[in-house]
Design a protein around this ligand. Structure first.
Ligand SMILES: Cc1cc2nc3c(=O)[nH]c(=O)nc-3n(C[C@H](O)[C@H](O)[C@H](O)COP(=O)(O)O)c2cc1C
Length: 489
């Protein structure tokens, strides 16, 4: 189901008891973030919050602030118009099954074609809700970023940060579009940082513009159908268009409208559009920022975004999030991504039964994967394969367990890991690119990664004793005790 606006998504959350309105005045400088952090840490991710009286620099903002809107399994599913994320995984599976691909590249290209066939191709419109109000900076309009209730999230942050921006860019050579989520530090009312890390598609597009010495048009959208925001965070391979993917998720073509001051198109129903450009070669110190990792990331040089226009809906809402020590809202977004793309992983590794990135690992630091093991060293094959797939290259620890272990139960995985491994024999350490945010490696962006084979050992895996049997109660006795305790089987 497609939402016509971010507001209609929030109304749906409210109808299902998933949204709490806050009418008290709340300062967007730290106080709102602390309130949201407590909510995100509450059981199951708490509720979405709508702050109707957010204050910025002592003034009430005319825009309400929405946060934690995708911060639970139920809300991510609602955002993507399904009862359960498994329904979307099944659709991906069906596309791939239509003609089973022979390798991963073919798999992605099939997925792309399948998504096309599902009429996800965008449409072009000339009138758009996101342009109901137009502030053209080039014409001297003095509306600025200071008019938006942008949060300062943690005490030592370098300033206010736009934390849920969908950053639209285009490859000047192929014309391919990309939408990625890269935070933006507000420097003043008209300029921000553009934190696209070196491995990301926005950075690659930027490099092409820099080499050509051309100014790079960039459009940043906030809000609209939550499928856009979700798609921007999804680690799609370079070239698989997020707008197409969003159309597939919402089962409706995305309507695109031309920006007013730059040559890019954006979804017509979003709440805000920041139009602007990045100038080749120009960088500025960005940070510090209280990051996903739970630590402050250090100040680094990043490109600068210059605003040329801000357009918005008349009834725009400001969507945001905070990141920090887990679990946070982003865990549920990442978790849904893994579940949607599990069929793609399985296509290359049919032995994979299930996979998860537990919240403690903050995305890439920890991966649990269960496999149906048939032959020696199969767990190592799976680890190496995952390290070669897109952003899975960052995975710092991969633990492989047998199919009967529930990877979503961290305690069960740790039990298997402790019981089933001889550390020297069952681990491997490799060198690979590291997540730019990881502060532990000696050098930024490169580091070591560890794989642990916690599966039962087969002949040929340098284990020369009979493997013991895992304790399990008889099913008959279990049923008997269920009935004695009045539980249904
Ligand atoms: C809330 C949130 C904030 C993020 N901030 C950044 C960021 O500042 N820089 C970055 O490179 N990636 C950031 N990411 C991760 C990217 O959005 C993600 O890797 C995405 O796949 C990048 O898109 P791309 O592959 O099209 O470049 C963030 C993700 C989330 C959920």
């Amino acid at each position: 189901m497609a939402f016509q606006s971010f507001r209609s998504f929030l109304e749906q959350l409210e109808r299902t008891g998933e949204l709490q309105r806050i009418v008290q005045p709340v300062d967007s400088d730290l106080v709102l973030a602390e309130w949201a952090n407590r909510e995100m840490k509450s059981s199951g991710g708490g509720k979405a919050l709508l702050f109707e009286n957010a204050f910025i620099d002592g003034k009430r903002s005319k825009f309400s602030v929405a946060i934690n809107t995708m911060g639970s399994r139920k809300r991510v599913a609602t955002a993507l118009g399904v009862n359960d994320i498994a329904d979307l995984a099944q659709e991906v599976q069906l596309i791939l099954k239509a003609k089973p691909p022979t390798d991963l590249r073919e798999g992605w290209s099939l997925l792309k074609q399948g998504i096309h066939l599902l009429h996800a191709r965008p449409k072009h419109v000339s009138k758009a809700e996101c342009q109901e109000v137009i502030h053209n900076v080039l014409d001297g309009d003095d509306f600025s970023l200071h008019d938006l209730p942008i949060l300062k999230c943690w005490p030592k942050d370098g300033g206010r940060f736009i934390t849920l921006p969908n950053v639209h860019t285009r490859d000047p050579e192929s014309g391919a579009r990309n939408v990625g989520m890269y935070r933006m530090q507000v420097y003043d009312g008209r300029t921000t940082g553009m934190h696209w890390q070196v491995h990301k598609v926005g950075a690659r597009h930027g490099k092409v513009y820099y080499e050509r010495g051309e100014r790079m048009p960039v459009a940043v959208t906030l809000g609209g159908d939550p499928a856009y925001t979700f798609a921007a965070t999804a680690p799609l391979p370079d070239g698989l268009d997020e707008i197409l993917f969003a159309g597939f998720l919402r089962k409706k073509s995305v309507e695109l409208v031309k920006c007013k001051t730059i040559d890019l198109e954006v979804p017509a129903d979003v709440d805000f559009v920041l139009e602007g450009f990045v100038q080749p070669g120009e960088t500025r110190p960005e940070g510090p920022f209280g990051d996903h990792t739970g630590f402050y990331t250090a100040v680094e040089e990043y490109p600068v975004f210059h605003v040329t226009a801000i357009t918005h809906r008349r009834d725009a809402l400001y969507p945001t999030t905070i990141v920090g020590p887990p679990p946070m809202e982003d865990f549920y977004m990442g978790d849904a991504t893994v579940r949607i793309f599990l069929p793609v992983f399985r296509m290359n590794f049919p032995e994979i039964v299930d996979m998860t990135l537990p919240p403690e690992g903050v995305f890439h630091n920890l991966v649990f994967v269960s496999i149906r093991k048939q032959y020696p060293y199969q767990a190592f094959k799976v680890m190496h394969g995952l390290w070669g797939m897109g952003q899975m290259m960052f995975s710092k620890y991969i633990v492989v367990v047998d199919e009967d272990c529930d990877v979503h139960n961290t305690s069960e995985v740790l039990f298997r890991m402790c019981a089933n491994t001889d550390p020297e024999r069952d681990s491997t350490i490799i060198r690979n690119p590291s997540d730019s945010l990881d502060h532990a490696p000696t050098e930024q962006n490169i580091g070591s990664h560890m794989g642990i084979d916690a599966t039962r050992k087969l002949a040929g895996e340098n284990y020369h004793r009979p493997w013991p049997e895992l304790l399990k109660m008889d099913e008959r006795v279990q049923a008997m005790v269920d009935s004695l305790q009045g539980k249904s089987p």
